[in-house]
Design a protein around this ligand. Structure first.
Ligand code: MSP
Length: 502
């Protein structure tokens, strides 16, 4: 039987600077979601990320370093890729928009839109911010400057090619109405609808005055507007125009995960481009909120940017992944800091999961000869294993809620042990009851490790190993629709190892 597929993407990032923890946030969420789909639900999963290289921002950054743009973007793109490797991001595709295969896909896509009659030549006159790679109206400008980057907006007057975006206003509104899950969370959907209703005008998709970029296929005196080329990465990365089989296997994407800043590009321009090209729309655009530092946006000029590799140094990459996903409720904005990271490390990881694993395994060593004890038939725990409680939250990308549930499960197991007091029961000669309680505790821990796996894969494997399981075999198991109970075999030797979090 053909395996169900799952295709998830992050935005492709500009390479005018190195990644900060905001970029890491998006990428780690996507990685956790991909691991859940690939390793737990056993779907054929494709996870794409990459770099957006045809931007004027990159040209300016290269000029600052005195390097030619091409070698600058090569070197920077490599550094982005290395950062993701260090953060244990398991992407299947790393797309670069200066690659030849991307260019070919863009040409094939342009041809479709051109043949549809949705591209025309016109004069563009207006204000532009290179920082955002976006047009602004006089009304949006603050003292003639970009409200986001505070840099002076440039007046552009050019003969450009335009895309008939406004033609897709009604079809898109209808589509969003009929597919309420297309843009989530709901607040973001409302924002998009209001943008489409009020502002969705035709858009210039080429630049006459710039040289860096993909030439307009019908007129090489101009290059394509960077957003028009960048969005097509979601197709070129899976072989559009080159590998039809791969493309048809994965398109339409299941999830475009993005930050709220680039919502209208993904939920208005992109679907309109796809409608014009006669291609199906992605199933979902999911927008998350923004990290701030002391209430301020992170930026190079403010000097408040947190580098993810530096942040991971003290407690390791997995702890950082956990912290970032717990830091703000999904969809909201919120402050992050190294102090908060320290607190979460202590409370959730060291005193939470780490302590529970060590405590239960110590008792199994002491009272049960370091072997998985037998079930008594009685249920000492009135709650279900953590793993079974997390499906709905992961389906909604709500990893902060997943973490809450994991912590609830840890606290439930601890409470049960504290109430039962196995150390007293043992003294009173009630050994069978001690066995039953510890057996259930071990099963709960095994399940908590499954829930933790998408966020902290190595930690989950370490826990399974300590429970006496082969972690690779555990991962290969098709554990049914989700997690099952009673997998540990009575008599199996546990291996209490090093403390998980020191
Ligand atoms: N190149 C475009 C995207 C093109 S996609 C076809 C772009 N790149 S970017 O480098 O500026 O990255 C923007 C993305 O980085 C945001 O959408 C978001 O996913 C992430 N973040 C950047 N700063 C962030 C925070 N402070 N907090 C959370 N996410 C942040 O836009």
């Amino acid at each position: 039987m053909k395996k169900e597929t799952y295709y998830i993407t992050t935005p492709i990032y500009y390479v005018n600077a190195l990644p900060h923890i905001g970029h890491a946030y998006t990428t780690i969420i996507a990685d956790a979601a991909a691991r859940y789909q690939r390793d737990i639900l056993k779907k054929e999963t494709l996870f794409l990320t990459g770099t957006d290289e045809n931007s004027q921002k990159n040209v300016e950054a290269a000029e600052e370093t005195g390097q030619p743009t091409a070698s600058y973007v090569d070197a920077m793109s490599k550094q982005w890729e290395e950062t993701w490797n260090e953060l244990k991001i398991e992407n299947d595709v790393f797309i670069r928009t200066t690659s030849e295969n991307h260019k070919k896909s863009v040409e094939a896509f342009f041809k479709r839109v051109w043949e549809k009659g949705d591209i025309y030549k016109g004069t563009y006159e207006g204000l532009y911010c290179i920082g955002c790679e976006e047009f602004y109206s006089e009304a949006d400008a603050v003292d003639g400057a970009c409200p986001v980057h505070k840099r002076k907006l440039e007046l552009l007057k050019e003969e450009n090619y335009f895309f008939k975006l406004s033609k897709y206003r009604e079809p898109l509104l209808k589509y969003i109405q009929e597919n309420p899950q297309f843009v989530v969370p709901v607040t973001k959907r409302n924002e998009v609808v209001s943008y489409i209703e009020k502002f969705m005008e035709d858009v210039s998709i080429s630049r006459q005055s710039m040289e860096w970029g993909i030439p307009v296929p019908t007129d090489d005196s101009q290059v394509l507007y960077v957003w028009f080329d960048a969005l097509i990465n979601y197709l070129s990365g899976i072989g559009f125009g080159a590998d039809e089989e791969k493309f048809n296997t994965f398109w339409p994407a299941n999830a475009h995960l993005i930050g709220k800043d680039i919502l209208k590009f993904h939920a208005a321009l992109w679907p309109a481009m796809l409608m014009s090209a006669g291609l199906p729309l992605p199933k979902q655009v999911i927008a998350h909120g923004y990290f701030t530092v002391d209430g301020e946006k992170m930026s190079k000029s403010l000097g408040n940017v947190i580098n993810p590799i530096a942040a991971a140094e003290r407690h390791g990459v997995e702890a950082l992944r956990y912290y970032l996903l717990s830091a703000i409720p999904f969809g909201n904005d919120g402050d992050v800091s190294m102090e908060k990271f320290e607190k979460i490390y202590e409370s959730d990881l060291k005193n939470g999961i780490g302590n529970l694993v060590s405590r239960v395994l110590s008792m199994v060593e002491k009272y049960c000869d370091a072997k998985v004890p037998k079930r008594t038939g009685e249920n000492y725990f009135s709650f279900r294993p953590a793993g079974t409680l997390v499906v709905d939250v992961i389906d909604n990308f709500a990893f902060s809620d997943l973490i809450k549930r994991i912590n609830e499960a840890i606290s439930n197991v601890n409470t049960c042990i504290n109430v039962e007091e196995p150390w007293k029961l043992e003294k009173e000669g009630k050994h069978e009851r001690v066995e039953g309680i510890l057996c259930e505790s071990l099963e709960q821990i095994r399940s908590i490790a499954w829930a933790l796996y998408p966020i902290m894969p190595e930690t989950a494997k370490k826990i399974w190993t300590q429970l006496g399981l082969n972690s690779e075999d555990e991962l290969k198991k098709n554990i049914g629709s989700i997690w099952t109970d009673d997998v540990l075999v009575c008599g199996q030797v546990i291996h209490k190892g090093d403390i998980l979090f020191t």
